[in-house]
Design a protein around this ligand. Structure first.
Ligand SMILES: [Zn+2]
Length: 242
Protein backbone atom coordinates (compact mmCIF):
# COMPACT_ATOMS: atom_id res chain seq x y z
CA UNK A 1 0.00 0.00 0.00
CA UNK A 2 0.82 3.69 0.11
CA UNK A 3 2.48 3.19 3.50
CA UNK A 4 5.41 1.27 1.99
CA UNK A 5 5.82 3.62 -0.96
CA UNK A 6 6.12 6.89 0.98
CA UNK A 7 8.27 5.48 3.79
CA UNK A 8 7.15 8.06 6.33
CA UNK A 9 9.73 8.50 9.09
CA UNK A 10 8.64 11.40 11.24
CA UNK A 11 5.30 13.08 11.89
CA UNK A 12 4.45 16.22 13.84
CA UNK A 13 1.04 15.85 15.45
CA UNK A 14 -0.89 18.63 17.16
CA UNK A 15 -4.16 20.57 17.41
CA UNK A 16 -5.61 18.61 20.32
CA UNK A 17 -3.87 17.02 23.27
CA UNK A 18 -3.18 13.33 22.60
CA UNK A 19 -1.94 10.59 24.88
CA UNK A 20 1.24 8.52 24.85
CA UNK A 21 -0.97 5.47 24.28
CA UNK A 22 -2.18 7.08 21.05
CA UNK A 23 1.43 7.82 20.10
CA UNK A 24 2.26 4.12 20.38
CA UNK A 25 -0.77 3.26 18.27
CA UNK A 26 0.15 5.76 15.53
CA UNK A 27 3.78 4.66 15.49
CA UNK A 28 2.76 0.99 15.31
CA UNK A 29 0.36 1.69 12.43
CA UNK A 30 3.13 3.32 10.41
CA UNK A 31 5.48 0.47 11.19
CA UNK A 32 8.82 0.47 12.97
CA UNK A 33 11.00 3.52 12.45
CA UNK A 34 8.15 6.05 12.47
CA UNK A 35 8.31 8.75 15.14
CA UNK A 36 5.17 10.64 16.14
CA UNK A 37 6.09 13.93 17.81
CA UNK A 38 3.94 16.49 19.58
CA UNK A 39 3.76 20.16 18.67
CA UNK A 40 2.24 22.85 20.88
CA UNK A 41 0.90 26.27 20.16
CA UNK A 42 -2.17 28.42 20.49
CA UNK A 43 -3.84 30.75 18.06
CA UNK A 44 -3.66 33.74 20.41
CA UNK A 45 0.13 33.49 20.32
CA UNK A 46 1.03 32.10 16.88
CA UNK A 47 -0.80 28.84 16.26
CA UNK A 48 1.28 25.67 16.22
CA UNK A 49 5.00 26.17 16.71
CA UNK A 50 5.53 27.52 20.21
CA UNK A 51 7.17 24.27 21.29
CA UNK A 52 7.79 20.84 19.77
CA UNK A 53 9.14 17.43 20.69
CA UNK A 54 12.32 16.24 19.05
CA UNK A 55 12.66 12.57 18.13
CA UNK A 56 15.26 11.95 20.85
CA UNK A 57 13.38 13.51 23.76
CA UNK A 58 9.75 12.50 23.47
CA UNK A 59 7.63 13.50 26.45
CA UNK A 60 8.92 17.04 26.66
CA UNK A 61 8.78 19.81 24.08
CA UNK A 62 11.55 22.28 23.28
CA UNK A 63 10.22 25.83 23.50
CA UNK A 64 11.42 28.03 20.65
CA UNK A 65 12.91 30.47 23.12
CA UNK A 66 14.30 32.73 20.44
CA UNK A 67 10.67 33.70 19.75
CA UNK A 68 8.80 32.97 22.97
CA UNK A 69 9.70 33.56 26.62
CA UNK A 70 8.04 30.89 28.78
CA UNK A 71 7.20 31.09 32.48
CA UNK A 72 5.36 28.66 34.77
CA UNK A 73 3.16 30.23 37.46
CA UNK A 74 0.71 29.16 40.13
CA UNK A 75 -2.65 29.58 38.36
CA UNK A 76 -4.20 30.73 41.61
CA UNK A 77 -1.75 33.45 42.60
CA UNK A 78 0.15 34.17 39.38
CA UNK A 79 3.47 33.72 41.22
CA UNK A 80 6.27 31.71 39.57
CA UNK A 81 6.41 28.11 40.88
CA UNK A 82 9.68 26.47 42.02
CA UNK A 83 11.73 25.13 39.11
CA UNK A 84 10.35 21.79 37.95
CA UNK A 85 6.94 22.17 39.62
CA UNK A 86 3.72 22.06 37.67
CA UNK A 87 1.83 25.27 36.96
CA UNK A 88 0.27 27.39 34.27
CA UNK A 89 2.33 28.20 31.19
CA UNK A 90 2.65 31.94 30.55
CA UNK A 91 4.09 33.14 27.24
CA UNK A 92 5.61 36.39 26.03
CA UNK A 93 6.30 36.77 22.32
CA UNK A 94 9.73 38.19 21.52
CA UNK A 95 9.67 38.53 17.74
CA UNK A 96 6.01 39.01 16.85
CA UNK A 97 5.37 42.51 15.49
CA UNK A 98 1.71 42.90 14.57
CA UNK A 99 0.12 41.43 17.67
CA UNK A 100 2.65 40.77 20.42
CA UNK A 101 1.54 39.15 23.68
CA UNK A 102 3.05 39.95 27.05
CA UNK A 103 2.78 37.36 29.82
CA UNK A 104 -0.17 35.68 28.15
CA UNK A 105 -1.93 33.23 30.48
CA UNK A 106 -2.42 30.06 28.42
CA UNK A 107 -4.44 28.18 31.12
CA UNK A 108 -2.39 25.14 30.05
CA UNK A 109 -0.68 23.17 32.80
CA UNK A 110 2.86 21.88 32.42
CA UNK A 111 6.29 22.01 34.07
CA UNK A 112 9.83 22.74 32.94
CA UNK A 113 11.83 19.57 32.44
CA UNK A 114 15.29 20.47 33.75
CA UNK A 115 16.97 17.35 32.29
CA UNK A 116 19.26 18.09 29.32
CA UNK A 117 17.86 16.61 26.10
CA UNK A 118 19.66 13.77 24.35
CA UNK A 119 19.40 15.66 21.04
CA UNK A 120 21.83 18.32 22.30
CA UNK A 121 19.54 21.30 21.80
CA UNK A 122 19.67 23.63 24.79
CA UNK A 123 16.23 25.20 24.28
CA UNK A 124 14.27 24.67 27.51
CA UNK A 125 11.73 21.90 27.51
CA UNK A 126 8.20 21.79 28.88
CA UNK A 127 6.43 18.52 29.63
CA UNK A 128 3.49 17.51 27.49
CA UNK A 129 0.39 19.29 28.78
CA UNK A 130 -1.10 17.94 31.99
CA UNK A 131 -4.49 19.62 31.44
CA UNK A 132 -6.12 23.01 31.78
CA UNK A 133 -5.81 25.35 34.75
CA UNK A 134 -9.62 25.44 34.84
CA UNK A 135 -9.62 21.70 35.67
CA UNK A 136 -7.40 22.23 38.72
CA UNK A 137 -8.79 21.11 42.07
CA UNK A 138 -7.64 22.68 45.30
CA UNK A 139 -7.79 20.06 48.06
CA UNK A 140 -6.52 21.11 51.47
CA UNK A 141 -4.43 23.84 49.87
CA UNK A 142 -2.82 21.48 47.37
CA UNK A 143 -3.27 22.03 43.64
CA UNK A 144 -4.33 18.77 42.03
CA UNK A 145 -4.74 18.14 38.30
CA UNK A 146 -7.00 15.19 37.44
CA UNK A 147 -4.72 14.31 34.51
CA UNK A 148 -1.81 13.79 36.91
CA UNK A 149 -3.89 11.24 38.81
CA UNK A 150 -4.95 9.70 35.51
CA UNK A 151 -1.36 9.08 34.44
CA UNK A 152 -0.56 7.42 37.78
CA UNK A 153 -3.61 5.15 37.36
CA UNK A 154 -2.64 4.33 33.75
CA UNK A 155 0.83 3.34 34.86
CA UNK A 156 -0.46 0.73 37.32
CA UNK A 157 -0.49 -2.59 35.43
CA UNK A 158 -3.42 -3.95 37.46
CA UNK A 159 -5.75 -1.06 36.72
CA UNK A 160 -7.91 -0.22 33.72
CA UNK A 161 -8.08 3.37 32.52
CA UNK A 162 -11.64 4.09 33.68
CA UNK A 163 -11.90 6.04 36.93
CA UNK A 164 -13.75 8.77 38.77
CA UNK A 165 -12.62 11.33 41.31
CA UNK A 166 -15.01 12.41 44.04
CA UNK A 167 -14.36 15.56 46.01
CA UNK A 168 -16.12 14.95 49.29
CA UNK A 169 -17.11 18.33 50.68
CA UNK A 170 -19.23 17.10 53.55
CA UNK A 171 -16.58 17.65 56.20
CA UNK A 172 -14.72 20.78 57.29
CA UNK A 173 -11.91 20.01 54.86
CA UNK A 174 -12.50 18.39 51.47
CA UNK A 175 -11.38 14.78 50.95
CA UNK A 176 -10.44 13.30 47.60
CA UNK A 177 -11.63 9.82 46.65
CA UNK A 178 -10.60 7.89 43.58
CA UNK A 179 -12.76 5.05 42.25
CA UNK A 180 -10.77 2.77 40.02
CA UNK A 181 -11.32 -0.54 38.26
CA UNK A 182 -9.03 -3.55 38.08
CA UNK A 183 -8.38 -4.93 34.61
CA UNK A 184 -8.94 -8.55 35.59
CA UNK A 185 -11.68 -9.70 37.97
CA UNK A 186 -9.15 -12.03 39.63
CA UNK A 187 -7.20 -8.98 40.84
CA UNK A 188 -10.09 -8.04 43.13
CA UNK A 189 -8.55 -10.48 45.60
CA UNK A 190 -5.60 -8.08 45.84
CA UNK A 191 -7.80 -4.97 46.07
CA UNK A 192 -6.30 -3.84 49.38
CA UNK A 193 -2.72 -4.14 48.16
CA UNK A 194 -3.57 -2.35 44.92
CA UNK A 195 -5.30 0.47 46.81
CA UNK A 196 -2.33 0.87 49.16
CA UNK A 197 0.12 0.92 46.28
CA UNK A 198 -1.90 3.53 44.38
CA UNK A 199 -2.31 5.63 47.50
CA UNK A 200 1.44 5.56 48.17
CA UNK A 201 2.30 6.55 44.59
CA UNK A 202 -0.23 9.39 44.61
CA UNK A 203 1.13 10.60 47.95
CA UNK A 204 4.58 10.73 46.34
CA UNK A 205 3.42 12.49 43.18
CA UNK A 206 0.80 14.98 44.40
CA UNK A 207 1.60 15.01 48.13
CA UNK A 208 -2.01 14.34 49.04
CA UNK A 209 -3.71 11.39 50.69
CA UNK A 210 -6.30 10.05 48.25
CA UNK A 211 -8.85 7.49 49.42
CA UNK A 212 -8.92 4.63 46.95
CA UNK A 213 -11.87 2.40 46.14
CA UNK A 214 -11.12 -0.58 43.93
CA UNK A 215 -13.96 -1.91 41.80
CA UNK A 216 -14.52 -4.87 39.46
CA UNK A 217 -13.94 -4.45 35.71
CA UNK A 218 -16.90 -2.60 34.19
CA UNK A 219 -18.45 -1.83 37.59
CA UNK A 220 -18.18 1.96 37.35
CA UNK A 221 -20.86 3.80 35.36
CA UNK A 222 -20.05 4.55 31.72
CA UNK A 223 -21.07 7.57 29.73
CA UNK A 224 -21.27 6.38 26.14
CA UNK A 225 -21.87 9.81 24.66
CA UNK A 226 -19.08 12.36 24.45
CA UNK A 227 -16.51 12.96 27.10
CA UNK A 228 -16.65 11.27 30.46
CA UNK A 229 -16.91 13.68 33.35
CA UNK A 230 -14.16 12.43 35.65
CA UNK A 231 -14.59 14.71 38.65
CA UNK A 232 -17.67 14.85 40.83
CA UNK A 233 -18.51 16.70 44.02
CA UNK A 234 -20.22 15.14 46.98
CA UNK A 235 -22.07 17.57 49.23
CA UNK A 236 -24.84 15.34 50.64
CA UNK A 237 -24.93 11.69 51.68
CA UNK A 238 -26.28 10.83 48.25
CA UNK A 239 -23.64 9.26 45.98
CA UNK A 240 -23.04 11.72 43.12
CA UNK A 241 -22.51 8.81 40.72
CA UNK A 242 -25.79 7.18 41.77
ZN1 LIG B 1 15.69 17.42 22.10
Amino acid sequence: GVKDRINLRWGVHGAEPWTNELREKIEDLWGGGYDACDIYGLSEVIGPGVAAECVEGKGSLHVFEDHFYPEIVDPDTGDPVPEGDQGELVLTSLSKEAQPVIRYRTRDITRFNPEPCACGRTLRRIDRLAGRADDMLIIRGINVYPTTIESVILEDPALGGHFYLIVDKRGTLPELHARVEVKEAADLANADAIAQRLQATLMEVIRLRVNIEVHAPGALPRNELGKTKRVWEQTTDEDPLG
